[in-house]
Design a protein around this ligand. Structure first.
Ligand code: ADP
Ligand code: MG
Length: 667
C-alpha cells in the first residue's frame, strides 16, 4: 500500500500520474531530485540583448488586446513601460490574462526582444507580488508541470520530517562535515542559495561513492571466503629461471612478481590487475608466474584480444620456456579442425602446460585437466561474461588481468572493483623516451626527412591513419590517398606496404612477416598496428589526423616504437598545431602512461576511453570518478570503518550492501 495518499493534494488520479513517473512512495517522491536549477532575478533594461532571454519589471501602460490568429492560437498584447521607456509586449495563448492587465499594474515579464527593442515577446508574465526571486528547482516530469511537482514534494516534506531518518552513521557525517538528511532534502528542493545546492550535492555524491566503496569492501570479504588449493611451486626452478634472464628485473617488476607469488600461496584465489605502460615489462612477469604454476603441476591459460597479439605472446613464451621443457600451445579460431581436436585432447589429459590464444579459449567443449592460473591481456577488451566463462574452466583458479592503459589507483578501483592492483611505473633501464613532436601538415616534409634518415641507418617506420579509403563525408586523409605521397617522398629504394583491416588473413600475415624481417621498411596502416606489433627495429611512428584519436590511443600507437635501447621518434600530425596542441600537449611533455590516461579520462570520460562495453564502469547520478577522486578515496577508507562498525546505522548499511550483492549474483 502506497503512503502517497497521506499527502494533502494527492488523490487517486495524482497517484496514477506519479506511478507513471516511476514514483510509488513518499520516499521515492522526495528522492526525485531536480534535473537543474534556475536562478530567478529581475534584471535591468540595459542588460537586454536581442534574442536573449531576460526578466524585467515594469508597469502596464495600456489595457490588453486579444487577437484570434487561428484555432487554438491567440495573441495578447499591451504597452509596457520601464521608467521612461515604453515598448509593446506580446504573449501567445494567455487571453485569460486580459482582465488582470490594467493601466498602472506592476508586472514581471520574461522573454526576448527578437528583432528590435520596441517589441518584446514574452514567455511568462506574472504580477509583481507573485514573482519570487531566488533559486528554483526544475524537475523533469511527463505528467505535470515542474511547478506542480515541486508543490507535491513540499507537501510531502512538511508531512513528517521524522520519516527522513538518517541513513549515514553519525561518525561519518561529522568526519566528512556533511549536511544531515533532513537538511539535505531542504537544500535540494528549496535552496536559499548556491551554497546550499552545493552542500546537498556533496552529500549525495558522498553517499553514492560510499555505497560503491561498501560494495567493493563487501565483495572482497566474500572473495576471502572462497578457498582454493594453494600452489606449491618450485621456488628453486623459478629462481634459476629469473637468474638466467638476460636482464635484471626492475624494482616494480620484482614487487609485482612478489605480489603474484603471495597470491599463489594464499588460500584465496588471486584477482589481480597488473598494469603498466607498453614496454614496461608486464609480459615477463606473466611468464615467470606461469612457470611457477607449471612447476606446481597445474595448467595456465593466457587469453589475448587479437590473433596478432596472442601469437606474439605464444612466441615469447616459447622463447623463454620451451627449452626448459614446458609444453606450450597456441589456439585461435583459425587453427584447423584436426589440430584443434588434438589440442583439446592434450589439454584435457594435461599434456599441455600453457595454452595461449584468443576467444577460442572460451569455447564450450574446451576442458582442462587442472587449470590453476588465467592471464587475461588487455582485460578491458573482454566483457565480464567472457571473463567469468574462462574462470569457470578451472576450480577457483587464480586470475591475473593485464592492462597497458595504466590508470591511477582510485580510478582503477572504480573501474575494476574488487581487483587487487600491481602497477609497473619504472621503465627498464637504458630505454630512451620516444622524442615526440606535434606538427602541422606543412611540416610533413621534415617528417619524411627524419623517416628517410632512420631507414638509411637500418631502422623501420610506421605511418598510421584512421581511414582505409577516401570518404566523401570526411575531410580525413586515408591510407589509399596517402600512400602515393609517401611513395613519392621516400623514393623508390624504400619498400612500403599498406596494412589494414580489409586485407585477408593471409595477406596480413605476409606483410607482417616481411616487416618483421625488415624486407619491408615502412608500413602505412590503420590502427591495426595499435595492439600487437612488436618490431623493436622500428623507430619512427607518424600518426596522421592525430586529433581524431584519444590520448590513450595515441600513446599506445607511440608504444610501437622505442622498444629497444635506441632513440625513437613520434610525430603527431594535426590540421592546426595552434588549435590542436593544447589537447595533445601532454604527449609531448611526458611518456608516463599513468599521467596520459588520467588526462584522457578528464577529457573524454571513462565510457569513451574504455569503450561502452566495459560493463564494469559504475553509473553514478551525481558523482564523477574523475573529478571526485579525493572524495572516493575518503569513501574507500570510510567503508572499512562502516564494515567494522557496531552502531545501528553501520550495521544496517552493511546488511543492505550484502543483500544487494546477493540479488545481483542470482542471474
Ligand atoms: P609489456 O608487456 O609491458 O608491453 P614487455 O614485457 O613486452 O612489455 O617488455 C618489452 C621489452 O622489454 C621486451 O623485449 C622485454 O624483453 C624487455 N624487458 C622486460 N623487462 C626488462 C628489464 N627488466 N630490463 C630490460 N629489458 C626488459
Ligand atoms: Mg604486452
Amino acid at each position: 500500500m502506497s503512503d502517497l495518499l497521506e499527502i494533502k493534494g494527492i488523490g487517486k488520479s495524482m497517484e496514477a500520474k506519479l506511478f507513471h513517473e516511476g514514483i510509488t512512495s513518499i520516499s521515492e517522491l522526495v528522492e526525485t531530485f531536480p534535473s537543474r536549477y534556475e536562478s530567478r532575478r529581475i534584471q535591468k533594461l540595459i542588460e537586454a540583448k536581442l534574442q536573449e532571454e531576460i526578466t524585467l519589471s515594469g508597469i502596464a501602460k495600456s489595457e490588453a488586446s486579444v487577437y484570434y490568429i487561428r484555432r487554438k492560437l491567440t495573441k495578447l498584447t499591451f504597452e509596457f513601460g520601464i521608467d521612461s521607456t515604453v515598448f509593446k509586449v506580446s504573449i501567445f495563448n494567455r487571453e485569460f490574462m486580459k482582465a488582470s492587465i490594467s493601466v498602472g499594474k506592476e508586472l514581471v515579464i520574461t522573454g526576448k526582444f527578437i528583432n528590435d527593442f520596441r517589441n518584446f515577446t514574452a514567455s511568462d508574465i506574472v504580477t509583481k507580488p507573485k514573482y519570487i526571486e531566488g533559486i528554483v528547482p526544475i524537475y523533469r516530469t511527463d505528467t505535470m508541470s515542474s511547478k506542480q511537482f515541486h508543490k507535491l514534494i513540499m507537501a510531502a516534506l512538511s508531512l513528517n520530517k521524522n520519516r527522513l531518518s538518517e541513513n549515514l552513521p553519525l561518525f561519518l557525517l561529522e568526519r566528512q562535515e556533511l549536511v544531515n538528511r533532513v537538511e539535505l532534502f531542504d537544500f535540494v528542493h528549496q535552496p536559499h542559495d548556491e551554497k546550499e545546492v552545493l552542500s546537498a550535492q556533496e552529500r549525495v555524491k558522498y553517499e553514492e561513492l560510499l555505497n560503491f566503496a561498501l560494495r567493493i569492501a563487501a565483495l572482497k570479504k566474500l572473495n576471502s571466503r572462497i578457498v582454493k588449493k594453494q600452489k606449491n611451486y618450485d621456488i628453486g626452478k623459478v629462481r634459476a629461471f629469473i637468474d638466467g634472464l638476460p636482464f635484471e628485473l626492475t624494482k616494480d617488476q620484482k614487487e609485482a612478481t612478489n605480489e603474484i607469488f603471495r597470491d599463489f600461496k594464499s588460500k584465496n584465489p588471486m584477482n589481480r590487475l597488473l598494469q603498466g605502460d607498453v614496454g614496461s615489462g608486464k609480459t615477463i612477469c606473466a611468464v615467470i608466474a606461469a612457470l611457477a604454476v607449471v612447476t606446481a603441476g597445474q595448467q595456465v591459460a593466457y587469453m589475448a584480444p587479437t590473433e596478432i597479439l596472442a601469437h606474439q605472446h605464444f612466441q615469447t613464451f616459447c622463447k623463454y620456456l620451451s627449452q626448459i621443457g614446458v609444453q606450450i600451445e597456441y589456439l585461435s579460431g583459425s587453427v584447423i579442425e584436426k589440430a584443434r581436436k588434438d589440442i583439446y585432447s592434450r589439454l584435457e589429459q594435461g599434456n599441455i602446460d600453457i595454452i595461449i590464444g584468443t576467444h577460442a579459449l572460451i569455447q564450450e567443449d574446451l576442458a582442462f585437466r587442472d587449470l590453476g592460473f588465467i592471464v587475461i591481456d588487455e582485460q578491458h577488451r573482454f566483457g565480464v561474461k567472457q571473463r567469468q566463462f574462462l574462470r569457470k574452466k578451472g576450480i577457483t583458479p587464480d586470475v591475473l588481468f593485464m592492462s597497458a592503459t595504466p590508470i591511477p589507483r582510485t580510478l582503477a578501483i572504480t573501474l575494476f572493483g574488487d581487483l587487487d592492483i600491481s602497477s609497473i611505473h619504472t621503465i627498464p633501464a637504458g630505454r630512451k623516451a620516444v622524442l615526440t613532436k606535434i606538427v602541422g601538415y606543412d611540416d610533413l616534409d621534415s617528417v619524411f626527412v627524419k623517416t628517410i634518415e632512420e631507414i638509411q641507418s637500418g631502422h623501420q617506420a610506421y605511418f598510421t591513419l584512421p581511414l582505409i579509403v577516401e570518404s566523401e563525408a570526411s575531410s580525413l586523409i586515408s591510407v589509399e590517398e596517402f600512400l602515393p605521397l609517401v611513395r613519392e617522398k621516400l623514393g623508390r629504394d624504400i619498400k612500403i606496404e599498406m596494412l589494414h583491416g580489409k586485407l585477408n588473413a593471409k595477406e596480413k600475415t605476409e606483410i607482417l612477416e616481411a616487416f618483421y624481417k625488415n624486407e619491408v621498411n615502412v608500413l602505412v596502416a590503420t590502427t591495426v598496428v595499435e595492439v600487437g606489433m612488436n618490431v623493436p627495429n622500428a623507430t619512427v611512428m607518424t600518426v596522421l589526423n592525430a586529433s581524431r584519436f584519444g590520448l590513450s590511443q595515441l600513446h599506445q600507437l607511440r608504444g610501437r616504437v622505442g622498444r629497444d635501447n635506441v632513440q625513437a621518434y613520434c610525430f603527431y600530425v594535426v590540421d592546426d598545431p595552434l588549435r590542436d596542441r593544447g589537447k595533445l600537449e601532454v604527449l609531448e611533455r611526458t611518456v608516463d602512461g599513468f599521467e596520459i590516461s588520467e588526462t584522457d579520462l578528464e577529457q573524454r570520460g571513462p565510457g569513451e576511453v574504455f569503450g561502452e562495453e566495459q560493463t564494469g564502469i559504475p553509473k553514478f547520478r551525481m558523482a564523477n570518478i574523475v573529478t571526485d577522486k579525493e572524495l572516493l578515496e575518503q569513501a574507500l577508507n570510510d567503508a572499512k570503518d562502516v564494515l567494522a562498525g557496531h552502531d545501528e546505522l553501520s550495521i544496517k548499511l552493511v546488511n543492505r550492501t550484502f543483500a544487494l550483492i546477493d540479488a545481483y549474483n542470482l542471474d
